[in-house]
Design a protein around this ligand. Structure first.
Ligand SMILES: Cc1cc2nc3c(=O)[nH]c(=O)nc-3n(C[C@H](O)[C@H](O)[C@H](O)COP(=O)(O)OP(=O)(O)OC[C@H]3O[C@@H](n4cnc5c(N)ncnc54)[C@H](O)[C@@H]3O)c2cc1C
Length: 500
């Protein structure tokens, strides 16, 4: 690698992908790197907050698969951000797929606390099915285009025999638990319904070994550590980009001009775009001039981007078991197996599948994190805080049968209405293929004699198998930095050559 490369590189977005790209470029000798960030902070979808005295994660909370293969785990370990249990070889060796074993409490909508063992048949069946979704286009796939179709039809088929001898109430409860699991999976995939998830596309996601862990002092610690190793003036905050003019050169020197909302124009040799897929879906036609090529537009359309929100609720005291890690809610009055609700404005709260118990070092902290996805989450985001509080209080009263439980504080996330994200993370929507993810990461221009690598793409939705995650986003940033590093090592001495 040539030292002190002065090619001008503008990175749009200061989330983990943008920071990772900048970090690698700066460490490799690039001296002219600038990040333009729309908001007043770095981190993007990594955002740590507080509810009372308890630390909460507004965005990403978990390292999925904390082991050597996961670069977020390795960084967090090197920055000393993890607790000792996470670092043990045993913890790293566990292969749990996507389902870390959590100690559950189960409550039903008729106010009953159910023995967790009684719900195991539903849990076991659901996980077996989900881990064995068909991975190739077979004749069966035509009858099951979506993950939802496959799961619902297989649950019906298998339980018809297996649960035949169970009484009506037990069967209803187990099927209700299946609906709860479907809703939980909607949160994992940030989708409205599993009917929107492509059955074959679903198996593109790869999990990494290790029991999911959190950052005990907050995920923003990862950001502050990385940022501390970058020049202080590298990021321009509150600097939204309006348009990337590529494919020609206004000044005759640089191939790309980045136009900011405030009218300023910045010339660059390369631009790395890391804005969310939600942002690209809404703004691609104004964000790029000339417009993006057809293949890129098709991928932006085909890959889904949905909402998963969190509802943090603080209580005066604990009403769940001391060892409980997750509370599942089962509606025992629903006839069909379903992951979405009818009449969203009235029933949105039925979409909440579960509450995680938030671990805290704070004494006397009793905070739960509820999960909600899809149009129900998007509706919740429009409601006044008092309305959300009233609905959550009623929900808890109904499931516990205890009218004395009153939430102390409530805070819900609003990722769909965040103008710089417009949702939570991506998923393989119906008809989405591996090619769509490959097209997402393709730099522009794709061919011709123009200067190469004018516009490059990073961010979670550009990773072919770790999309939707922190490690996918981080790796995508490194990938694009490496593309430039390798480009300049091939063409070195670069700048004079490149610019003439
Ligand atoms: C509720 C929630 C929970 C999650 N939980 C987990 C989890 O537990 N584990 C996990 O691995 N992942 C999780 N994720 C996903 C993870 O947070 C993301 O995959 C990752 O943070 C995305 O990083 P990124 O850099 O690709 O995008 P972002 O973090 O979105 O960064 C993009 C940046 O671009 C900026 N931007 C947008 N438009 C412009 C513009 N026009 N001009 C300039 N700047 C602009 C934005 O402000 C933002 O800072 C979660 C996400 C959400 C929302």
């Amino acid at each position: 690698m040539a030292e002190n490369v002065d090619a001008k590189i503008v990175i749009i977005g200061c989330g983990i992908a943008g920071i990772a790209a900048a970090h690698r470029l700066v460490k490799s000798g690039f001296t002219n790197v600038q990040i333009l960030e729309a908001t007043g902070r770095s981190g993007g979808r990594i955002k740590t907050g507080r509810l009372g005295n308890t630390m909460i994660e507004i965005g990403a909370a978990f390292i999925h698969g904390p082991s050597e293969e996961n670069p977020v785990f390795c960084l967090a370990r090197d920055y000393n951000l993890l607790d000792p249990k996470t670092l043990t070889p045993e913890n790293q060796a566990v292969d749990v797929g996507e389902y870390p074993p959590l100690v559950p409490n189960w409550f039903t909508s008729s106010g009953q606390k159910v023995n967790p063992d009684d719900m195991n048949p539903a849990l076991d069946l659901f996980h077996v099915l989900l881990e064995n979704t068909p991975q190739s286009k077979s004749h069966k796939q035509r009858s099951w285009p979506s993950v939802g179709d496959f799961l619902r039809s297989e649950v019906r088929r298998r339980t018809a025999k297996r649960w035949k001898d169970k009484d009506k109430h037990t069967r209803q409860l187990l099927l209700g638990a299946i609906s709860t699991m479907l809703k939980e999976e909607c949160c994992s995939s940030a989708t409205h319904s599993l009917e929107d998830l492509d059955l074959v596309g679903f198996s593109m996601y790869l999990s990494i070994k290790g029991v999911d862990c959190t950052f005990p002092s907050g995920s923003e610690g990862l950001i502050s550590n990385l940022m501390s190793e970058l020049p202080a003036d590298l990021v321009s905050y509150s600097r939204p980009v309006r348009c990337v003019h590529w494919g020609c050169s206004e000044s005759g020197v640089n191939a790309v001009t980045v136009e900011c909302e405030d009218g300023e124009k910045i010339n660059a040799d390369h631009v790395i775009v890391t804005v969310s897929l939600g942002y690209l879906k809404k703004h691609h036609s104004t964000l790029f001039s000339p417009p993006l090529p057809g293949q890129k537009l098709k991928s932006i359309e085909k890959i889904g981007f949905g909402t998963c929100d969190k509802i943090h609720v603080e209580f005066e005291s604990r009403w769940w078991d001391a060892d409980c890690e997750i509370i599942y809610l089962v509606w025992d009055d629903e006839k069909d197996i379903s992951d979405h609700v009818s009449d969203i404005s009235k029933n949105w709260v039925r979409k909440i599948s579960s509450f995680n118990v938030v671990e805290s070092s704070e004494r006397g902290s009793h905070v739960l994190c509820g999960w909600i996805s899809g149009h129900e989450a998007e509706h919740m985001e429009t409601l006044p805080e008092q309305e959300v509080r009233r609905s959550i209080t009623e929900l808890i009263h109904r499931f516990t049968g205890d009218l004395t439980i009153i939430p102390k504080r409530i805070e819900c996330t609003r990722w769909f209405h965040d103008p710089w994200t417009l949702g939570s993370y991506c998923h393989p929507a119906i008809g989405c293929s591996a090619q769509n993810f490959k097209n997402m990461m393709e730099p522009l221009p794709t061919r011709g004699k123009q200067q190469p690598l004018q516009v490059m793409f990073a961010g979670e939705a550009t990773h072919p198998c770790y999309y939707s995650t922190l490690h996918g986003a981080l790796l995508s940033g490194w990938r694009e930095a490496d593309r430039l590093i390798s480009h300049y090592s091939k063409t070195s001495p670069l700048h004079s050559d490149q610019k003439s």
